[in-house]
Design a protein around this ligand. Structure first.
Ligand code: ATP
Ligand code: MG
Length: 258
């Protein structure tokens, strides 16, 4: 008798019983409560939930930007807790591209400077040698994000939509294995939201990136393959997004170009 072996997949992001308790004076706030979650390589997962439900806290935990009170985060088989601060920073810079709701661009640098410095600190090397920034790839990203003509400007001289598009280029220039985005379209109008979502989707498909996006916008969430719902610090339900079937009308072009 023949056995069909189940395909063994290893999650690239694994969270086990994650809990985060903030101490606010004498008050304790449990922002994330016993969350376990596995994300497979190349998955596009959206996390939705009301304000205060713990989405950003989960984002910080998964990205190694804050430490869990209980539980652990394993990225590509490596447990964050077993790493020194320096090693954790290195893993983060090598493997994860972050997109923040408030862009977090450095105000004194131009858009180009912001992208270049992110690339430089990621410290990409090959055979012990630094790998120079791929200008062709930067042109490709800038073109897709329509920021070509804006790269010499500082963040204060850019609109919110432009700043977020620069922030996306900054996150993607290192070709990270994982992209974590916290409300990437939170401050954007429909047109800019679509540009940002298209880029995340395209990058996820072209580079096989694992993408985890927090959003409160159901239309944005619908582009994901899987949608997780958070409430009071817990993941309370899960559903399939349109990537596993139907495509949101406004985003049809995004889903078909790649
Ligand atoms: N540094 C902190 N100290 C104390 N409490 C905090 C801290 N950061 C967040 N919290 C609390 O933890 C809970 C979850 O916050 P979090 O920012 O993760 O929510 P969120 O789902 O991202 O909300 P939003 O949609 O408004 O961004 C909230 O009750 C918040 O007040
Ligand atoms: Mg938040």
């Amino acid at each position: 008798m023949e056995y069909v072996q189940p395909v063994q997949s290893t999650p690239i992001i694994l969270a086990e019983n994650l809990t985060k308790v903030y101490q606010a004076g004498r008050l304790q706030v449990t922002a994330v409560r016993d969350v376990s979650l596995a994300v497979e390589p190349s998955e596009f997962v959206a996390i939705v939930g009301p304000s205060g439900s713990g989405k950003s806290t989960l984002f910080y935990l998964l990205g190694g930007l804050t430490q869990a009170t209980h539980g652990r985060v394993i990225i590509d088989g490596v447990d964050f807790a077993t790493l020194s601060d320096a090693e954790r920073t290195r893993l983060r810079k090598h493997r994860i591209g972050f997109v923040f709701q408030k862009f977090n661009l450095l105000p004194t640098l131009s858009a180009m400077g912001n992208i270049e410095i992110a690339y430089a600190v990621s410290g990409r090397t090959e055979g012990g040698k630094k790998v120079p920034l791929d200008r062709v790839y930067l042109d490709h990203l800038s073109d897709l994000l329509s920021i070509q003509g804006r790269l010499k400007h500082r963040p204060a001289e850019l609109s919110g939509g432009e700043q977020q598009r620069v922030a996306i280029a900054r996150a993607l220039i290192t070709r990270p294995a994982i992209v974590l985005a916290d409300e990437p379209t939170g401050n954007l109008d429909t047109k800019n939201s679509e540009a940002v979502l298209q880029m995340l989707l395209r990058s996820n498909r072209e580079l096989g990136q694992t993408t985890l996006m927090i959003t409160h916008n159901p239309e944005a969430a619908a582009i994901a393959g899987r949608i997780l719902h958070m409430r009071d610090g817990e993941i309370v339900s899960e559903e399939s997004g349109s990537r596993s079937g139907m495509v949101t009308p406004g985003l049809r072009s995004a889903a078909t170009v790649v």
